[in-house]
Design a protein around this ligand. Sequence first.
Ligand SMILES: [Zn+2]
Ligand SMILES: [Zn+2]
Length: 307
Amino acid sequence: MKLSVRIFLTAIFVSSLMALSPWAQPSASKQDSAGHGASCAHDPSWTAPQKPFRIYGNTWYVGPRGLGVILITAASGHILIDGGVPGGAPLIEANIRSLGFNPRDIKWILNSHAHCDHAGDIAQLVRETGAQVIASAADSPLLARGGLDDPQYGDRLPFPPVQVTWQVSDNESLRLGDLVLTAYSTPGHTKGNTTWTWKSCEGARCLQMVFVGSLSAPDFKLVNNPNYPLIVKDFKRSFKMVENLPCDIALAPHPGMVDFWERFDKREQGTTDAMIDSTLCRAYAKDAREDFEEALAKQRRAAASSR
Ligand SMILES: [Zn+2]
Ligand SMILES: [Zn+2]
């Protein structure tokens, strides 16, 4: 097929997706603590430089200030979790290099969920590292569509499409040389939202690391959502899942979800173990559940009164 014809057909496909999407209208000022708003560039912390550092053992923070992008290293090859906003790859790669690692040693890029602030530059990172992309089966189509036709955001938050190499399912463990990670499905925020866990060690002390999936539902349509009929059931399952995970060091797509910078500051001030707090996954899930129940009750009342 000629390139011009292909571009034309792609344009038709994209515009028909937009026409089908009931939530395609931009809504300004719609933000939550997770920071989702009207565009993928609206939150300055998502591109704000942050000096990279060791979180614990072979786990490193390599993201901008406002997005948890995590590098897990081993002599057999590294793993990166999430890829920031579109255009965010140079900052992430520079952070990795400044720690003394080579981005080309990244073998896998894992994704927490298919939104532009976490999958936004995975395509670019793949081009530059040659890494394979691993994500849940349920989020793979949304990654391949570059975020278009999202059950909540419609076509408002697109990003360069990502082709997933391997799809993981709930409770599946993956091994890359010396690294073993386990994926837990925590759907709701997206249909394939995933929590990743692994162990990192310093000497004989090994801790359970958890990159907890987003459990927020900022202005989400929870009642009568034809694009995601099972959303309430999924969220409820995910709250329970995260509440019960062994969790020594909680990490998150948005560091503020798990008080990351407060803990980091305490450690900088000399409290050596300040990053370690086994209550934080549970606390995050509990808070998210309360916000969710409140929003759900409100939407159910509104739906009942409009009948
Ligand atoms: Zn999100
Ligand atoms: Zn986000």
